[in-house]
Design a protein around this ligand. Structure first.
Ligand code: HEM
Length: 442
């Protein structure tokens, strides 16, 4: 590959790395089928990366860091450590792929965020950053649909969707991001607008500006394993949900902090915001339900080993609500995220714990207690709804096949979908002690 060999034989300046040429080679065949000689050159590139031009915060210049992150996701199969996080290129998007949101030696501020999310700081900047990323991901997915339907790209050419499916995708994608658009102060495309025109307008308004760090991150984070058109949608929807889960983690941590400090209303507001996030994003599932099952079955042959069971943000979210039972902690659910399991074992506090402590110590009485309880129940219902919809979607796409995370597939999801989100609120159902997943069968 000429561009890469000449880069390697020159100054090897990370800021001049031939990203476009490398991406083009990956996209032509899919990550699973990239030629070994290209991967060997990328491996050589990685070996050459030195912390020159280091900045004081990270020990690495931003160009070097970006290149290191890109090599981390492009060489995952070559190294034999391909998984959900590298498949979705979470680190390139600034989404947490470390339990504390900050990979060792890295700046904790992703390119999308105005400020680092904290326990008690004003959440506006972090929320705006997540909204921008969510909108950017969906706008990009729809832009790909439009470009392909106009025959203006040969990217992922197999199993193109019919025009009516493209229309439906545009309608659902716009619905999924409308609340975030409104929060960002970007006017929503009028509801009566023709979906293709609305999707084009969304992209023009919300996509990151060409040449910016955000735009490059978005481009580099699309590394399908094969050349099926629908894998683009699959990746972007998963990334959008990861963005959402990361936001829920922030809200739950702040809820715990607020309850511990005796600020019941602040805790209730955080739970309420989290619930709205999860419920208003539900058209994302409808959007993914337009995926053609035969396309999914084609490309998933090459995603073996990458499963959302490895999502740290989802398990952090779950365990910040309450500590999972020992049976679930010892099951594939948490064995797939050992760092999160360690946190739970170390006794990290949960909303359940903070609620109980506040009630016990007299910091949560009367109307405040009712309000927090109500918000906990509403958030729990949103999570349970998410699990039920996920199970239905998985049943439709997967049928009786096993999962890529090495579970038996939908029976795992059926067994786990009714695990109580909280146990401290009075009417929360109790998990069955005999169920190996910690959940009660429906
Ligand atoms: C075609 C669509 C989908 C199918 C067929 C599917 C299938 C599955 C299966 C079979 C599992 C069990 C673990 C395994 O063996 O892989 C699983 C787990 C999971 N999936 Fe999905 N999934 C789909 C879409 C999504 C989406 C869009 C998300 C959003 C991020 C998601 C998030 C999760 C999470 C968080 C888990 C872990 C649940 C737990 O451990 O309790 N899935 N999925």
């Amino acid at each position: 590959m000429r561009e890469l060999t000449s880069w390697l034989s020159g100054t090897s300046d990370p800021d001049r790395f031939p990203y476009a040429a490398v991406l083009e080679r990956f996209h032509r065949v899919g990550k699973h089928f990239v030629e070994k000689d290209l991967l060997a050159l990328l491996d050589e590139t990685r070996a050459r990366l030195t912390p020159t031009g280091a900045d004081s915060t990270t020990g690495r210049g931003s160009g070097t860091r970006l290149l290191a992150d890109f090599l981390d996701v492009t060489l995952d199969k070559w190294d034999g450590r391909y998984d959900y996080r590298t498949y979705l290129a979470l680190r390139l998007l600034g989404l947490p792929d470390w339990p504390d949101d900050t990979p060792p030696g890295q700046d904790s501020r992703p390119p999308w965020e105005g400020e680092t999310p904290g326990w008690t700081v004003d959440p506006a900047g972090a929320r705006r950053g997540r909204d921008r990323l969510l909108v950017g991901l969906v706008a990009d997915a729809l832009a790909f649909e439009l470009t392909a339907s106009a025959h203006a790209t040969d990217l992922l050419p197999e199993q193109r969707p019919a025009p009516e499916l493209v229309l439906k995708r545009c309608r659902l994608g716009i619905r999924a991001v409308s609340p975030a658009l409104a929060r960002l102060g970007l006017t929503e495309p009028p509801a009566d607008r023709e979906p293709l025109a609305a999707a084009a307008a969304l992209h023009a308004r919300a996509a990151p500006v060409h040449g910016t760090a955000q735009e490059l991150a978005l481009r580099l984070s699309m590394l399908p394993v094969y050349v099926s058109h629908d894998e683009y949608l699959f990746i972007r929807v998963l990334q959008a949900y990861e963005c959402l889960f990361a936001g829920l983690v922030d809200e739950l941590r702040a809820t715990i902090a607020a309850l511990s400090a005796g600020h019941a209303r602040a805790a209730a507001d955080r739970l309420s915001y989290a619930r709205d996030q999860l419920t208003t994003a539900s058209p994302l599932f409808s959007l993914l339900a337009t995926m053609q099952p035969e396309s999914f079955r084609t490309f998933r042959q090459y995603t073996e080993g990458a499963s959302a069971i490895q999502s740290r943000s989802y398990k952090l979210m779950e365990s910040l609500c309450r500590s999972p039972e020992a049976t679930r902690l010892d099951s594939a659910a948490y064995r797939s995220v050992p760092e999160v399991r360690d946190r739970v074992r170390a006794g990290r506090p949960s909303v359940d714990d903070a609620y109980r402590a506040a009630a016990r110590e007299g910091r949560l009485d009367g109307p405040d207690r009712d309000l927090v309880q109500r918000r906990m129940r509403e958030f729990a219902e949103a999570v349970l709804q998410w699990r039920r919809t996920h199970h239905r979607l998985a049943t439709r796409m997967l049928g009786p096949r096993p999962g890529t995370g090495y579970t038996e597939g939908t029976p795992y999801l059926a067994a786990t979908r009714s695990i109580p989100v909280f146990t401290a609120v009075p009417d929360g159902p109790r998990p069955s002690p005999t169920d190996p997943t910690g959940g009660s069968p429906e």
